[in-house]
Design a binder for this molecule. Structure first.
Ligand SMILES: [Ca+2]
Length: 161
């Protein structure tokens, strides 16, 4: 057992330093980006920054030292899916950022990091439920739409590629 207390994990990715990160769906509110460390309990179903679907509250993780707080959480939710840490050549300004696909939010979300403290830096409406994001060998971003007719997008610069 590496870690516990996860709710509904949709994305896993290693950053350039080899740290493991995870996205998971909260209940009503409280979608999370977690830095996964061994032996830690990430709180579900005891604590969450969301509430139950019948509107009953869930205890807050704040101040509960037995649980690991999310590195970042969303209210309202984005429904985070797969993600990638960008280290490609095509978009040097994005190196070190993470790109997270959003399902219900139909968005591509860029996250920047100050050490291990993430923040949402940009969000683009893709008009499609984004299930997965990968970095290509040439540095292009590959973005996969959810669903049986889901499209695969390749995001590149206008220069070259
Ligand atoms: Ca949690």
């Amino acid at each position: 057992m590496w870690s516990t207390g996860h709710r509904n994990a949709y994305g896993l990715a290693f950053d350039a330093q080899g740290r493991l990160w995870e996205t998971e769906m909260g209940p009503q509110g409280g979608d999370e980006l977690n830095l996964i460390e061994p032996g830690k309990n990430y709180g579900w179903p005891i604590v969450s920054y969301g509430k139950n679907y019948d509107d009953t509250p869930i205890a807050s993780p704040a101040g509960r030292r037995e649980f690991q707080e999310p590195a970042l959480y969303w209210n309202p939710v984005i429904a985070p899916a797969g993600f990638t840490f960008y280290s490609g050549k095509m978009f040097p300004q994005w190196r070190g950022s993470a790109f997270v696909g959003g399902l219900a939010s139909t968005a591509l979300i860029r996250i920047t990091f100050d050490g291990t403290t993430p923040r949402e830096a940009e969000r683009w409406d893709m008009g499609a439920r984004i299930r997965a994001v990968m970095t290509g060998r040439d540095g292009a971003l590959w973005i996969l739409e959810d669903g049986t007719d889901g499209r695969l997008f390749r995001l590149t610069t206008t220069r070259g590629a």
